[in-house]
Design a protein around this ligand. Structure first.
Ligand code: SAM
Length: 270
C-alpha cells in the first residue's frame, strides 16, 4: 500500500511542475536539501542575447561552477554583469570572482551594482594587463574569456595567466561556436552585415573566428591542454569551449594535487 502511494506521488512529480516545485520547497524547508539559487536565469535571454552569454550557456556554466566549486574565478569581460552574477550565484561562499573590463559603463555598473557581494572584485583594466597581484597572487581555478574577441590579445593574456593556473584549472572561452543560418533572427543578420565574421560553409557562420583560432592555438601549444566544445547548430548558439590540462586518471595523484587552488608545478605550466 505504502509502495503504491509512493509510486503515485512519483508519477505526479514527473508529470507536474507544480508538484516538483512543492516537493522541492518541502525538501529545502525541512533541511533535506539546499536551495539552488537559479531564479536569476529565468530573466536571462536566449535567442536574442548578443552581448551577454545566452541563458542556456549560463545554465551550463552554472552547473560547471557548482560542480567544480572553484576558489578563484577570473573573468575577462564584465559588460553588464550577466556572466559575473551567474558565477557568483554558483560559487561557494569562500570563492572569489575577479572580473576585468575596460568599458566606462561596465566599470560604473560593477562598482555600483555589485557592491552587495564581498566575493566580487572588479579590475578596471585590459585583459592583457593581467598581473598576479590583481588576484592576490592566488592560483586561478577557473577563467572565462569573453572580452576582446581578438586572437592577438587573447594569446597575450593567456601567456600572462598560464603560469598562475591551478594544476586542474579550467579555461572557458565564449563565442567559439557556429551560427546556423536557418536560426538567424534580424539581430544576427545585422551582426553579419556589420561585423567581420567568417562563413565556414554556405550555412554556418563563425561570428568570432578569433575565439575559435584561440582555442586551437592553446590546444596545439606546449601546455598540454585539450578542448571540448559546447556547440550546437540545432539552435542559435554562440557556444563555448572548455580546456583543461590532460592527465591520465588512473595514475597516482601527487600529495598536493587534491588542492585545486595550487598553481601547476613549473614543469607542467612552462
Ligand atoms: C561580450 S561582452 C562580455 C559579456 C559578459 N561576459 C556577459 O556574458 O554578461 C565583452 C566585454 O569585454 C570588454 N572588453 C573588450 N576589450 C577588453 C579588454 N581588452 N580587456 C577587458 N575587457 C574588454 C567590453 O568592454 C565588454 O564589456
Amino acid at each position: 500500500m505504502i509502495k503504491q502511494l509512493k509510486s503515485l506521488i512519483r508519477q505526479l512529480f514527473y508529470r507536474s511542475t507544480v508538484v516538483q516545485s512543492f516537493v522541492g520547497l518541502c525538501s529545502v524547508s525541512c533541511g533535506r536539501t539546499k536551495p539552488i539559487g537559479m531564479a536569476h536565469l529565468l530573466s536571462y535571454r536566449e535567442n536574442d542575447a548578443i552581448g551577454p552569454l545566452q541563458r542556456d550557456e549560463a545554465i551550463a556554466l552554472f552547473g560547471i561552477i557548482r560542480t567544480l566549486r572553484p576558489k578563484v574565478v577570473v573573468e575577462f569581460g564584465f559588460f553588464h554583469g550577466h556572466s559575473a552574477f551567474n558565477f557568483l550565484r554558483a560559487m561557494p561562499e569562500d570563492g572569489q570572482l575577479f572580473s576585468y573590463d575596460i568599458d566606462e559603463e561596465a566599470m560604473m555598473r560593477a562598482r555600483l551594482e555589485f557592491r552587495f557581494d564581498r566575493r566580487f572584485t572588479f579590475v578596471g583594466k585590459s585583459q592583457t594587463d593581467f598581473e598576479p597581484g590583481d588576484i592576490g597572487g592566488q592560483a586561478i581555478d577557473f577563467v572565462f574569456f569573453d572580452a576582446a574577441h581578438e586572437l592577438a590579445l587573447n594569446m597575450a593574456t593567456f601567456t600572462r595567466i598560464v603560469g598562475h593556473l591551478a594544476a586542474d584549472a579550467m579555461i572557458a572561452i565564449h563565442d567559439t561556436g557556429l551560427w546556423q543560418r536557418e536560426h538567424f533572427a534580424a539581430i544576427h543578420e545585422t551582426f553579419v552585415r556589420e561585423y567581420p565574421g567568417e562563413w565556414m560553409s554556405e550555412d554556418l557562420y563563425a561570428h568570432q573566428p578569433g575565439e575559435r583560432a584561440f582555442v586551437d592555438w592553446i590546444a596545439a601549444g606546449a601546455h598540454g591542454f585539450s578542448a571540448i566544445h559546447l556547440h550546437s547548430t540545432r539552435t542559435l548558439r554562440h557556444g563555448f569551449s572548455l580546456l583543461q590540462r590532460q592527465r591520465p586518471l588512473a595514475a597516482a595523484v601527487d600529495a598536493g594535487a587534491g588542492n585545486r587552488s595550487q598553481a601547476a608545478p613549473s614543469g607542467v605550466s612552462a
